[in-house]
Design a protein around this ligand. Structure first.
Ligand SMILES: O=C(O)CCC(=O)C(=O)O
Length: 234
């Protein structure tokens, strides 16, 4: 299916202007009914679908991205609907998302700062379910020697508040250059380092208590191998 080759004009007003380019934050992208349905589907998936990592567990849908190409697997309808819906906003330059990671974070769990890397089209989109979180951004480790020690704290830049049912779209410098991660903590203090407070309907100085959050990380993997037969070809 064809999709717009750049982000729809109506979405441009949802850009987070105080963040580096480019962040779109869309509150209430899905309804409470859709959120409940998606959570039901996540927890109905076969137990074997879960991979346990330290600090979270995840489901991988669509295949395993690989430099030689991802052996594409069918994405179930309950996720494909959102791959289509987000692609129809123009998030993937006209392409359709073909990969979804479902991450589950229990209260107090998080994910280390990381980059998403070159195997994906340089856009990451995230639907949050069940709880808010703070997504933190960091500059990469610099090769300059005369700088202050490159601790996580020194490299921290700012955060975004991701409310349940919101959609986040990161592109350009936000994807290509900065690292993102989630602190393993149970409560978040909303300081002026959270750049989208008003768009997320929150107040400076508030403290939010996390619950279990499930996120859908929806991306496009450009290099795909359609069938196992292709694997042997150069
Ligand atoms: O849960 C999130 O919002 C972030 C997930 C993430 O960074 C990832 O799956 O690589």
């Amino acid at each position: 299916m064809d999709h717009p080759t750049c982000i729809l004009e109506q979405l441009k007003q949802l850009v987070v202007k105080t963040a580096p380019q480019t962040v779109f934050y869309i509150p209430d992208f899905i309804s409470e009914e859709e959120e409940s349905y998606l959570l039901q589907q996540v927890y109905k998936s076969p137990k074997t679908k879960w991979t346990y990592l330290s600090g979270r567990r995840l489901q991988n849908w669509g295949g395993s991205p690989h430099p030689r190409g991802m052996l594409a697997e069918t994405i179930p309808d309950w996720l494909q609907t959102y791959c289509e819906k987000i692609s129809s906003l123009g998030a993937f330059s006209g392409k359709t998302a073909n990969h979804v990671l479902v991450n589950e974070y229990k209260q107090g769990e998080g994910i280390m700062p990381h980059e998403d890397g070159p195997l994906y089209h340089p856009t990451v989109t995230t639907v949050s379910l069940g709880s808010h979180t703070l997504l933190d951004f960091y500059r990469p480790v610099s090769s300059l020697e005369d700088e202050a020690p490159q601790t996580e704290e020194n490299r921290f830049l700012f955060s975004l508040l991701l409310q349940p049912r919101s959609l986040l779209i990161l592109q350009d410098e936000m994807y290509q250059h900065l690292l993102h991660g989630i602190q393993s903590c149970s409560q978040d203090n909303l300081t002026d380092q959270v750049l989208n407070l008003s768009a997320a309907g929150a107040q400076l100085g508030e403290t939010l208590t996390r619950g279990t959050r499930v996120s859908l990380t929806i991306r496009h993997v450009p290099k795909v191998i359609k069938t196992k037969l292709m694997l042997g070809r150069k």
